[in-house]
Design a protein around this ligand. Sequence first.
Ligand code: FE2
Length: 431
Amino acid sequence: MLDLILRQARLPDRQGPLDIGIEADRVAAIAPQISAEARTEMDVAGRLVSPPFTDPHFHMDATLSLGTPRLNVSGTLLEGIALWGELKPLLTPEAVMERALRYCDLAVSQGLLSIRSHVDVCDDNLTAVEALVEVRKIVAPYIDLQLVAFPQDGLYRSATAEANLLRALDMGVDVVGGIPHFERTMEDGARSVVRLCEIAAERGLMVDLHCDESDDPMSRHVETLAAETTRLGLGGRVTASHVTAMHSYDNYYASKLIPLIAESGMNIIPNPLINITLQGRSDTYPRRRGLTRVPELRAAGVNVSFGQDCTMDPWYSLGSGDMLDVAHMGIHAVPMTSREAMDWAFTSVTVNGARTMGLPDPTIREGGPANMVVLQAHDPIEAVRLRATRLAVIKHGKIISRTEPRIVRLTLPDRPETLDPADYAPTAQDQ
Ligand code: FE2
């Protein structure tokens, strides 16, 4: 007797409808037809069952704070940082926890079960660190929450940032963060990259820097980060987030840089929802998109995973914890519209994100953990196209969230009475 069977599921990486049998918190069997019985059965009816979504780049200390104490008028990154600076002295641990936990509820409903969140350490009280360490404990049964010690005001530009960053790591923050392009000079930026990588190497930690989130073609800190990653042998423990300046680099320089990134083994996180709105703000026309070079990085074998970055905070008024929304924007903003690339965009927000975070491969397989999402779509591209409803979210073999399918009721003469958006077109597998 199994605990749960999902009947007639489609998996992103396997052909044909399959039954998935779950015992306790493991996948016990995957087969065309499982004859055993289960305490609970769910007829998935040919819909997609995927690994849970992963967001490798988020700011949980700022989420859901939109409008406090005021809105970002210019819409720029720099006004966002200034606005966050106004909000920081007003933070209380209770308020940060309340917003973060509310966001985690939303994340679960979206099948988003792994999140790496930066947490600002440029506050001598470390209020947000204290709050998010507590939140990490509370949500641990259902969300893998990783915290990055992020010196938002600059490791060297803020007098107490380095001491605070070390204190935050002592408090159990998981990853070393930084923001080299925001330091006072290029030299300070490069120096911060070296120092932060050495701290990570000494402590056996991962590194994730906001790196070259700028339209300045001379912002080249990712070069130093790749070199330090290679020098210290940190490999896949290192991530460069945003890297938007790469959009504006000279092609010749990019052709030298990308192999160095690949050689280092580091990961890259583009954040398409945010950078399509923040970048190019000082341009007239033509206006740069400002996304990093995803197809070229992929072609070089670099692990690329899209991140969300923000939901309703000083930098971004929209967002809904939906990584399909992030993949959808990535496909448009890069742009990358072949079926192979759109399919990859789905992998980017599931499997690749887990790899960036140093988590085990979440691909659904026999003997693997029973963590998965049932989507109202037949394949990954349709899931992205529809930002498909998460019919069920399963963690450790238990259904932790359910959403009713989206069925439209029509009252048109001589037309069907209902419309399921996921039955609207032939799927890729039927073509
Ligand atoms: Fe960020």
